[in-house]
Design a protein around this ligand. Sequence first.
Ligand SMILES: Nc1ncnc2c1ncn2[C@@H]1O[C@H](COP(=O)(O)OP(=O)(O)OP(=O)(O)O)[C@@H](O)[C@H]1O
Length: 369
Amino acid sequence: MAQSSEPIIRFEGVTKRFDDDTTVLNGVSFEIERGKFYTLLGPSGCGKTTILRLIAGFIQPTEGNIYFNGKLINDIPANKRQVNTVFQDYALFPHLNVFENVAFGLRIKKMKNDAVKQKVTEALRFVNLEGYETRGIHEMSGGQRQRVAIARAIVNEPEIILLDEPLSALDLKLRTEMQYELRELQRRLGITFIFVTHDQEEALAMSDEIFVLNEGSIQQSGTPTDIYDAPINRFVADFIGESNIVPGRMKEDYLVEFAGRSFECVDGGLLPDEPVEVVIRPEDLEITAPELGKLQVRVDTQLFRGVHYEISGYDDAGNEWLVHSTRKAVVGERIGLAFDPEAIHVMRFGETEEEFDKRLEEYEEVGDE
Ligand SMILES: Nc1ncnc2c1ncn2[C@@H]1O[C@H](COP(=O)(O)OP(=O)(O)OP(=O)(O)O)[C@@H](O)[C@H]1O
């Protein structure tokens, strides 16, 4: 295909305001590559569903442009886009059986009966629902309805499937099963999936790429490990997993000061004496005897979490530290905390992803000279 090097979707400075002048998306730009599993992650009201609706064509941008395979699609109506949506409540037709629910889109296109039968059978096989053709929707479980909704989307052979919190109605166990199933299905189909969730664990487990959103802007985009290991700012560090975030100061490249001491780290490219925020994940801290630790902490609370203990305490500078450890501590006692230079991640206050990328580029250019 001639257009295959183009991103399948590109947003260029897309702003969405509703009639009452509330800005829901604020100049958002991103690219979606073909065949990957993307997740839009963020708290309630941050604009995730609005992005899906813009891609589907249910609403139009107030400013900016949306491209599909390199072609501007701002004014292309929803029914002319090769995109299908799986909604949170599945939006299945209660009066139609499983077969007719899946066949619905094909019937509208006036496809011949034989072809409909073949395509619906194939779609139902894909989601493991062969033999359920004549069942009523009310006779299906939550997980099965979910699969009918997915079969109804894939039967149209769209280039993109949009999934708006499709697992939120399921209980925890089924939800985990469906996470595997959806991920596997996406791999087998090779169709681009754009999945919306406010659940960070779900996003980390399922995605090739995650966009973290807050208040109508993309805070950070990247693979789950990029985002977990190198959050761009406090919002992302707080939203994805648990973090210790303490104030610090850059002394020079690869040397950062916090909790009253200097520590080797792997981050550079900041100005000497620049105030920063330092992130260390609780599982990267190891409990030692006080004199062997890089930091000393008095244990304040301890909770047993089955696999590990969740221990919190304060260092002498008054910073709180959360530790996940298989070793037990004693409340009120002093412990040492050991960690590798790689465990320290330094963030510049309030920096956006764009500013970070620019800084990194300049830093690497200087390094190459
Ligand atoms: N048609 C509309 N008119 C006015 N405001 C709207 C409209 N649709 C959405 N909004 C507002 O836009 C903001 C973002 O909504 P959106 O549905 O995109 O959020 P979300 O991130 O998907 O949230 P949730 O996880 O709660 O679904 C919300 O504050 C919402 O109230």
